[in-house]
Design a protein around this ligand. Sequence first.
Ligand code: GLV
Ligand code: MG
Length: 359
Amino acid sequence: MRSAKDFFRPLAVGAPTPLTEIPARPSRAIHFFDPSNPKMAAKVPDLVGKVDVLLGNLEDAIKADNKEAARDGLVDIAQKTDFGPTQLWTRINSLDSPWVLDDLTTLVPAIGDKLDVIMVPKVQGAEDIQYVDRLLAQLEAKAGLDRPILVHAILETARGVANVEEICAASPRMQGLSLGPADLAADRRMKTTRVGGGHPGYLVRQDPPKNDVGVPDVEAKRTTYQQDLWHYTIARMVDACAMNGIYPYYGPFGDIADTVACEDQFRNAFLLGCVGTWSLHPKQIAIANRVFSPSVEDVAHARRVAAAMGDGTGAVMLDGKMEDDASLKQCLVMVELAEQLAAIDPELKKAYDAIEVDA
Ligand code: GLV
Ligand code: MG
């Protein structure tokens, strides 16, 4: 066990001091691109300022033969591009792969000053984060970096889910967690074949109506309600992240054509406490930006409650509903998020600024 005092000391001589708080930078969409694909790479500069996070993917979806090209491509893109307000992240290969060491030892010296967050896949427990933590400190010290690169873990193994709290608490570098529904489904031996999203077979059914003689007619037509396969895991992630002051994200939604179900899945995650999601196609960026930004109506209501609550104590009635300290706190989450987003999104700023509050 490390003592509380040691926790915020650099893990290598000359490495930057760990942050005591992870900044709340808007990251509604983490847009994945393949740096080995010249067509995709050429589009990266056009996405700067239009998406909160650009992520150069080195792991799954990159063919083994292209791993080096992807790594070199990312270095090249990062060195040539001014990312302005957009964050640059990467997803390195898994810690048991033959590529990950070269990923880290290449990226940190070459573009460590541009990389905000390194996403680590298939994290199983605190030991995986501690390995990356020390290695990053050594590489940062060698490269003379002056701010620590943050770490984001993908939750995509049963052991990772069982250890989610210790993963979040393993290092001051921990920025957040994403759900990895495809790998997680395989690791759990779930009987699905999709990349995220729902499944029509996972449902509950209305009780059977009774026939003329009062006997339940199980063959009668009944309404079914599809359930969310990911509710349990997302809820665990949200709690583990909140207790550690870091940020939870939904992950991939593989059915690119089904923009409606994608929006539903993203919204469930937003309502449960996630701050963003992955985008696998440019059309998912717009969905994520819409879903993970509080609506004008919600911000208007939140500001109205804040104004009516004055010093924040006691209770008031607004439109027949009781508001108190606890509902005010929920409203303040919304107001704070709106302020952070308005600072980087001029359209949203205009919409939020136009709200008139009458208590
Ligand atoms: C993402 O990496 C997933 O496995 O879903
Ligand atoms: Mg995965």
